[in-house]
Ligand binder design. Structure first.
Ligand SMILES: C[S@@+](CC[C@H](N)C(=O)[O-])C[C@H]1O[C@@H](n2cnc3c(N)ncnc32)[C@H](O)[C@@H]1O
Length: 256
């Protein structure tokens, strides 16, 4: 955990309060052990230094621990699996993954150089052997492919084709996907063949977007049906390949 983090809800003046490990150690400790609160580690792509209360857009965080654990549960990596993580952030999730799959099995990609450098140092100091690369995670890591597991801890509007190419058939991909339901959905997909995967939503979440996917696009251009039943988000299925993605309402059992 970084020594300085912002509390994610604004105070009365509309600013996010900075919690400093050295100045307020008890408060910092209490915050970092909360299970259901994300903590903000970067605002406006680093334009705001972590030296006081701030406002702006959250661009890096340590996600809620409950969400991290739930995503890992759906990813279900086994010892020895080769894992690609997109969005290293603090390196917290990278450390959990490496603990499970073993030394040298995890490659984590972080687009922000400062954040990547800090995570690398932090993991090294803890004795965690994982590769942290400063790179645009949308391109994945072609040199390390194929991967048994791919997990992204930022949300996407479209599953990047590179991830589908780099997921081995039968491998598992877990990522938050923007949806027209007013929230992101965590999708768990299985590699179905070269460059393709299919799966289902497993949870509703809120994540910051991958940098290259911040601009909104009509959901119908992203494979969503024109009308979705937001209450039935669990009943959709997601298919993605090199040509795009399609999200369809599953036929229920009595129909099939
Ligand atoms: C919610 S944070 C990740 C939290 C992290 N897993 C942890 O345990 O601390 C999302 C991260 O994704 C990074 N990110 C955004 N776009 C990216 C991209 N195209 N490639 C790689 N990382 C990206 C952000 O810089 C940010 O650090």
């Amino acid at each position: 955990m970084p020594d300085r983090i912002w509390w994610p809800r604004p105070d009365a003046s509309g600013q996010y309060v900075l919690i400093d490990r050295v100045q307020t150690p008890k408060r910092w400790l209490k915050a970092v052990y909360l299970l259901r609160t994300p903590l903000i580690t970067q605002i406006d792509d680093g334009a705001v230094p972590p030296d006081g209360p701030a406002s702006g857009n959250f661009t890096s965080s340590i996600s809620c621990i409950t969400v991290v654990i739930e995503m890992l549960r759906h990813l279900a990596p086994a010892p020895g699996d080769k894992v690609l993580e997109i969005g290293t952030g603090t390196g917290y999730n990278t450390a959990l993954l490496a603990r499970r799959t073993g030394p040298g099995t995890v490659t984590s990609l972080e687009i922000d150089r400062t954040i990547a450098d800090q995570a690398r140092q932090r993991l090294h100091a803890m004795g965690v052997r994982a590769r942290v690369l400063t790179a645009d995670g949308e391109q994945g890591d072609p040199t390390g492919a194929p991967f048994d597991r791919i997990v992204c801890t930022a949300s996407v509007r479209r599953i990047p084709p590179a991830w589908l190419r780099q997921l081995r058939p039968g491998g598992v991909l877990v990522a938050p996907l923007d949806s027209p339901a007013g929230h992101d959905i965590t999708v768990r997909m299985t590699g179905t063949g070269p460059g393709a995967a299919a799966g289902r939503p497993v949870a509703t979440v809120e994540f910051m977007r991958l940098r290259g996917q911040r601009t909104a696009r009509p959901h119908t251009d992203l494979g969503w049906p024109a009308d979705i039943d937001a209450q039935r988000w669990r009943d959709y299925e997601v298919h993605a390949d090199q040509h795009g993605q399609r999200i369809l309402l599953r036929r229920n059992r009595s129909e099939s």
